[in-house]
Design a protein around this ligand. Structure first.
Ligand SMILES: [Zn+2]
Length: 402
């Protein structure tokens, strides 16, 4: 069968499907799923897997990777879920995440709503809309009898924290994958993401010594002065011409204005365009942290490079060519954009070695903010593009003719 014949079948299947897609989106958006609240993420995951079983897919809840001693907060993360047609972790991977940046409780005051062509709600575009596309593309292919190849959907639990736990779980799971199509949102109707930055998350903890600041300043060791000096040094590593950024985005410390600060903490985010940039940047940060600073203070750096970048490789370009042909068939002229943020497509490409394309999700904007929105009319054309791209990718990247 060729693209056009597939497209005609999909046209019929998707004909009056939009209300059903919006209902699923609404049900997902109105459930909290903060990355930091693993219980809520898992509740959403279990609920979705029940739906996937109803659609005829097998499902699995992947085991949680061990929690490292220096990152105890990872104990609060959820599990990765997956639904598959043939074998677990095999074939064409439709990847996405079900966590959002919005804290638990957000959905009690901010509900899903549709006004004209715009849907709003926490995580509506990043990326519950994309997850809806993955589910409906999988359903369409299955119900039309087009799944002669294995299809696997993955639902990550902590992408907004750099997929630290999800990547470990997926590395052991996606052992027979052929290609990855990721439905992170698109910024405009004409784009998918062919290239994206890598990321890293770090925490700096400084221990000092508390003392009465006016009576006994010399007996103390200020963790705040130390973290301030280290932060300014680390800041010098920013190289905007090379798109290398390390941002100290959170800082806290001390106990009172009249006390020499006994502790201080900061949270840092790294981003970089090439795989090799991540470890090099991290080493420079480690060197700065290891240098002696305010006497009597000690610094501890935890965290690591997380998601690697999605680089411009020959196989990624080849997969993008298939996506572009699928889009053209649906009437969507698509270009491969460069995203200045990280996504799991970088992991599938740079770590697992699969061809990957990102940004296949619905068009949206205002991500991570209360201005977040999704363009409803972009859902079906992009979902059909996704399904057609999966069919073609199975043909090109699978082991034999399908
Ligand atoms: Zn996202």
């Amino acid at each position: 069968m060729d693209l056009l014949q597939w497209k005609q079948q999909l046209d019929r299947w998707f004909n009056d499907r939009l209300p059903e897609m919006i209902t699923l989106l609404q049900e997902m958006v109105n459930r909290d799923s903060s990355s930091h609240d693993g219980d809520s993420v898992n509740a959403l995951g279990e609920w979705l897997m029940e739906r996937m079983r109803g659609y005829g897919f097998d499902t699995v809840k992947l085991p949680k990777p061990a929690v490292p001693e220096d990152e105890p907060w990872r104990a609060n993360l959820g599990n990765v879920f997956s639904a598959y047609s043939h074998q677990p972790g095999a074939g064409i991977i439709l990847s996405g995440h079900i966590d959002t940046v919005f804290p638990t409780g957000t959905t009690s005051r901010w509900r899903f709503a549709v006004d004209g062509d715009t849907a709003i709600g926490p995580g509506v575009a990043d990326m519950k809309g994309g997850v809806v596309l993955n589910i409906f593309a999988a359903r369409a292919l299955k119900e039309l009898g087009l799944l002669s190849f294995p299809l696997t959907l993955t639902f990550s639990c902590d992408e907004e924290l750099g997929s630290v736990s999800s990547m470990e779980a997926l590395k052991a799971y996606v052992l027979n994958g052929w290609a990855d199509l990721n439905t992170e949102p698109a910024r405009d109707a004409a784009s998918v993401i062919g290239r994206a930055k890598g990321s890293g998350h770090l925490r700096l903890r400084v221990e000092g010594k508390g003392a009465h600041s006016s009576m006994d300043y010399a007996a103390g060791a200020s963790a705040i002065i130390e973290i301030a000096e280290k932060t300014l040094e680390i800041n010098k590593l920013i190289d905007l011409d090379r798109e290398i950024v390390v941002n100290t985005g959170l800082i806290s410390g001390g106990t009172s204005a009249g006390t020499v600060a006994p502790f201080a903490d900061s949270a840092l985010h790294m981003s970089f365009p090439l795989t090799a940039d991540g470890p090099a940047l991290l080493q420079k940060i480690r060197d700065i942290v290891a240098r002696p600073g305010v006497p009597g203070t000690t610094c501890t750096l935890s965290g690591n490079v997380r998601l690697p970048p999605l680089e411009d490789t020959a196989q990624n370009r080849e997969l993008f060519g298939l996506v572009q042909a699928a889009g053209a068939c649906v009437g969507l002229p698509l270009e491969a954009a460069y995203a200045r943020w990280a996504s799991e497509a970088g992991f599938f490409s740079s770590t697992l070695g699969l061809p990957a394309v990102c940004g296949l999700g619905p068009v949206g904007g205002g991500f991570h903010s209360e201005d977040e929105y999704l363009i409803v009319s972009s859902m079906i054309p992009r979902c059909m593009t996704l399904a057609l791209a999966a069919l073609q990718a199975a043909r090109v990247f699978g082991p034999g003719e399908s």
